[in-house]
Design a protein around this ligand. Structure first.
Ligand code: ZN
Length: 288
């Protein structure tokens, strides 16, 4: 064989190797998994992207969930309809978010949950006892179920709490508000199932830790969103709540997903197979 033929064959072999690498992706890229903070964001292409299974692509029915702190979330449907839950007042310690919504759900009339006037967009407001019952607003079916903010009668002055459940794009959400007493079978059946459970875990004025675990077992949601716990923006003397770390003690680390963001996307097709606890960040109050 003359040297020109050998050289040509070597070039062809090298070219084939490069093409094979491009097709299967580089080994380092295979280490990226869904939810990994190293995973590239929208619009960024990396070698190997073309080979990812279809279910890892951003689903068209994605629902955006944003935690603003305490019990306040914005849940945005794929068509842009927004639900805000339990907007808090300035006294809580979090920076007041710029909220805009079509529907505001207030579980009870306490200052850390009832600041509906801060929400822009002339939303439909369901508040406390008025929120009890079934209704459809802007195409979203919402159920409000009466419950108690207290467990022992000595704490009766805390009053009542309305739990809301609603379904968006095939995903059922339930916001327990400041639930203080474990639910009865009747209340649970009125609420229905929950794929995503927003549950107060800070205790003291809401469910204690054993009752929190019992409610998580009762609903058996795919995603647990802890809320209403002590964070460093809250003053010790005003907020005798337990912390997120207290709630996470003893939980399997691989089932605790720290989003490192105040938003996350949920969709029916990408709900986790095993129950996960999703920890969202809040936006800290800016120093004065
Ligand atoms: Zn509260």
């Amino acid at each position: 064989m003359n040297s020109t033929v050998v050289w040509g064959r070597r070039c062809a072999a090298a070219l084939m190797a490069i093409m094979a690498l491009l097709l299967v992706g580089f080994p380092a890229d295979r280490a990226c998994v869904a939810g990994d903070p190293e995973t590239p964001g929208d619009g960024e292409q990396k070698p190997g992207d073309a080979e990812k299974p279809k279910d890892e692509e951003k689903p068209k029915d994605a629902i955006k969930v944003t935690w603003h702190g305490h019990a306040c979330f914005t849940i945005e449907a794929p068509d842009g309809t927004k639900i805000v839950t339990d907007p808090f007042g300035a006294s809580v310690g979090y920076r007041l978010p710029d909220l805009q919504a079509d529907i505001v759900l207030v579980t009870h009339d306490h200052a850390d949950h009832n600041s509906a006037s801060t929400v822009r967009g002339e939303p439909v407001l369901l508040k406390g006892k008025e929120g009890i019952g079934k209704r459809s607003i802007k195409g979203i079916n919402i159920v409000g179920v009466d419950s108690l903010h207290y467990d022992k009668d000595a704490d009766k002055e805390r009053g009542y709490n309305t739990i809301y459940s609603f379904e968006i794009a095939g995903v059922r959400f339930c916001h327990l508000g400041d639930l203080g007493r474990k639910l009865t079978t009747k209340q649970k059946s009125e609420i229905g199932k929950a794929d995503v459970l927003m549950i107060p875990v800070g205790g003291k004025v809401t469910l204690d830790s054993a009752a929190v675990e019992s409610m998580i077992s009762l609903f058996s949601p795919r995603i647990v969103l802890p809320m209403h716990y002590k964070t460093k923006v809250m003053k010790d003397e005003d907020w005798p709540l337990t912390t997120l770390d207290d709630f996470l003690k003893g939980k399997k680390p691989d089932l605790v997903i720290r989003k490192e963001s105040n938003t996350a996307e949920v969709s029916k097709s990408t709900l986790p197979k095993r129950q996960e606890i999703w920890v969202l960040e809040y936006e800290e109050k800016r120093p004065k």
